[in-house]
Design a protein around this ligand. Sequence first.
Ligand code: FMN
Length: 336
Amino acid sequence: MYKSLIRPLLFKFDPEEVHHFTFSLLKNFGFLAKLLLPKPITDKRLEREVFGLKFKNPVGLAAGFDKDAKLFNELSDLGFGFIEIGTLTPKPQPGNEKKRLFRLKEDSAIINRMGFNNGGVDEAIKRLKKNKNVLIGGNIGKNKVTPNEEAVNDYKICFEKLFPYVDYFVVNVSSPNTPNLRELQEKKPLTELLSTLQNLNLEKPKQKPILLKIAPDLTDEQLLDIIDIVKDTQIAGVIATNTTLSRENLTSENKSEMGGLSGKPLTKRSTEVIRFLSEKSGKAFPIIGVGGIHSAQDALEKLEAGASLVQLYTGFIYEGPELINEINKAILKQKI
Ligand SMILES: Cc1cc2nc3c(=O)[nH]c(=O)nc-3n(C[C@H](O)[C@H](O)[C@H](O)COP(=O)(O)O)c2cc1C
């Protein structure tokens, strides 16, 4: 029903407007979605224990969709096993100028240059207090006005404030839309950032898993560095991958827009990154696989490549909420 009826209607309008519209629909008429959509699959065999947390199923919502933690209860009702909120920054910020979100229909893709638009960590916390038992990842970043030399402080603020309200953390240094942010993926600043956060974590009576989210545009050499850094700092794992700067083989009108590309053109590369990290590290840490999952098969390939869990964003927009059940059904069938 989504692809034949709802999507054609939604895709007639500006993507960011549609995002806000569907948000308020789900917020106010979430019960209708529950009535109309197939019931989410629950099955003991879908449960996963990864980095010490219990997931009801391995299909999560990727960061950027519910940046401000406004809809995680309703999104979880659609069947997601976990919801990642953010990227949140210490202070609220408007993000880049509109228009900043583009559909590439012919390529089943999106280009975005949102630029961490969010209401700030304090506002999100107010809403997280209303969590009805949803497993939440807290994706954190730095404000645009904070220079890279002071970035650690922004991550520390978000980490400390969010600590009581999220189940795991994601350190986002891989968005292409905050100037120079990706430079923090280099060995020295990244080791400093992650060890600072991990030290704060170790001061807590009970630690929370810290994951690093990486770009798909890293070279093999940089990926090998990432493996060393994850091992050295003993963080819990990696999310692979964020959006790409690559523009290979695109046909849609919007293909030259600036920003990060997500969706089908990213499927292969993000799976490659997962496989590389898994093989070269000797499966030393769990990986959450994200990037261009538009079908159950895409998700199975990421799990087979070494991911323990998967996340959706662009595939959720193009294929609809039914995709969650499709993936979970396929996992049950394959007995993964
Ligand atoms: C509009 C949009 C906004 C995003 N915002 C964030 C963000 O704030 N933080 C983040 O870590 N990733 C963000 N992402 C990246 C996604 O979480 C995901 O890593 C990426 O889109 C690849 O997955 P996909 O092909 O399933 O969309 C965003 C993606 C899109 C399309």
